[in-house]
Design a protein around this ligand. Structure first.
Ligand code: ATP
Length: 426
């Protein structure tokens, strides 16, 4: 697609010593993709003036557009403007409107303006100043040969605003849009990355416009399809076809697209079916309820949620019988089912969901080692339970148990057999 070279250069010692992560490059790449432009190269360099100068000269010699962030601040280590002036032989000049604006900002905020704040109003000769509505340091753009170099502050929110308000249209004007790049992310839960990779291998053969990336995000996985074409319609067709083929392979493990979360999908299913849910949690300590209540509109579908940790609470709040608690015990299929039934019956909800298990690190036994979790589900007169063996520390076991509980419910609401549900952690 984009034959033109577009580069990003980020400046700052903090990037090289690992004290901050370079999110600016990612932000710029995402925004440019919206214009149909793919970044060809990203470079991070320190505050050393010689390094900045030579990086800028190299970039100007090989690319059509370079977006440079960082080092426009008021302090000694902010050397980008000076380095650009030296690299291209265009001495700094005082941009009076920027200085006036900086003065005004200080006056209106009641903060003292120190002489070094004035430094930020000095920009390389011949450059076009780019306003910074959120901060003191303006940006500036310089033409050198074939290349447009745009210098922007390092602070991410200032950068984002300036990209949107000025820089993207500046770049688009300079480079004819290169066609269309569209992407879609399939959210997957319940498969390891390796297993998923095996299932989708070769799925996009014959769709040259589409490419696939597998993005694990514990405990989930994502499949991101990107389609590129000079013709926007063709890009969309390729994307649709790629999604269809991936769904054919990964099927029920795809729980949603793009902005969907497991909890929002579960919420939507409950709402659509007119069901109301009651949750009874032990080892997940309220995590299932927390996740569901993160999604606005939860009160339409969530009737009741309790954390019943002790035996007494399981008995008193959920009516789990003493025989069960003393027989099979609190971490058992019977308890999970009884908790789900109890939650449903006592709340008047139509569906009950329960978790009980051993999150660790202590409390395991031969029969129920750490990581053993039973989930319970009740609907009408029926109830089910399922045993899982999860790995990892306490936090992992809680996270994965809550996620499996939501996914188990999701698949049941979609018509799946709760007893046939199986994830690789079974
Ligand atoms: P300021 O006007 O605030 O001084 P600046 O252009 O001088 O802006 P820097 O001093 O380089 O920017 O960085 C300011 C802050 O912005 C850094 O402390 C850091 O938190 C953040 N930042 C800088 N570069 C990046 C980057 N590449 N990715 C993410 N954050 C960054």
């Amino acid at each position: 697609l984009s034959q033109v070279r577009v580069e990003v250069v980020t400046i700052g010692d903090e990037l090289l010593d690992g004290s901050i992560v370079d999110t600016n490059s990612a932000l710029i790449a995402q925004k440019l993709l919206g214009l149909g432009l793919e970044v060809w190269r990203m470079t991070s360099i320190g505050d050393e003036p010689h390094a900045i100068r030579s990086a800028l000269q190299e970039v100007a010699g090989r690319s059509r557009v370079a977006l440079v962030t960082g080092g426009l601040g008021p302090t000694e280590d902010d050397r980008t403007a000076q380095a650009a002036a030296e690299a291209f032989g265009c001495p700094l000049f005082l941009h009076q409107p920027s200085l006036d604006r900086i003065r005004e900002l200080f006056q209106s905020s009641g903060l003292e303006m120190t002489p070094n704040n004035e430094r930020q109003a000095w920009v390389p000769g011949g450059s076009e100043v780019i306003p910074n509505p959120m901060g003191t340091a303006p940006g500036f753009a310089l033409e050198r040969g074939q290349c447009l170099l745009v210098f922007l502050p390092g602070v991410p929110r200032e950068l984002e605003r300036m990209l949107e308000e000025t820089v993207l249209s500046m770049v688009a004007r300079r480079l004819e849009p290169q066609g269309s790049v569209v992407s879609r992310t399939l959210k997957v839960f319940g498969l390891t990355e390796a297993k998923m990779g095996q299932m989708v291998a070769g799925a996009l053969d014959g769709i040259p416009q589409a490419s696939l990336a597998s993005l694990p995000r514990y405990p989930e996985n994502r499949l991101k399809v990107t389609a590129r074409s000079a013709d926007p319609r063709q890009a969309l067709q390729a994307l649709d076809e790629a999604e269809r083929r991936l769904r054919e392979r990964v099927g029920r493990w795809v729980y949603g697209l793009d902005g969907d979360e497991l909890e929002s999908v579960v919420q939507a299913l409950l709402r659509r079916q007119g069901n109301r849910l009651a949750v009874a949690e032990s080892c997940t300590g309220g995590l299932v309820a927390h996740r569901l209540t993160e999604v606005p509109g939860c009160s339409d579908v969530l009737e009741w949620a309790v954390v019943a940790y002790s035996l007494r609470a399981k008995e008193a709040l959920l009516g789990v019988s003493r025989e069960i608690l003393e027989g099979p015990g609190p971490v058992s299929a019977q308890t999970a089912q009884a908790m789900a039934r109890g939650a449903m019956a006592r709340s008047g909800a139509s569906v009950g969901l329960a978790t009980t298990g051993i999150a660790g690190p202590g409390g395991g036994s031969q029969e129920t080692p750490v990581g053993t979790v039973f989930l319970g589900l009740a609907h009408g007169s029926r109830a089910w339970s399922r045993r899982f063996q999860f790995r990892g520390g306490r936090g992992n076991v809680k996270t994965i148990a809550a996620t499996v509980a939501l996914d188990w419910l999701r698949q049941y609401l979609l018509g799946g057999d709760p007893e046939a549900y199986g994830a690789p952690w079974r």
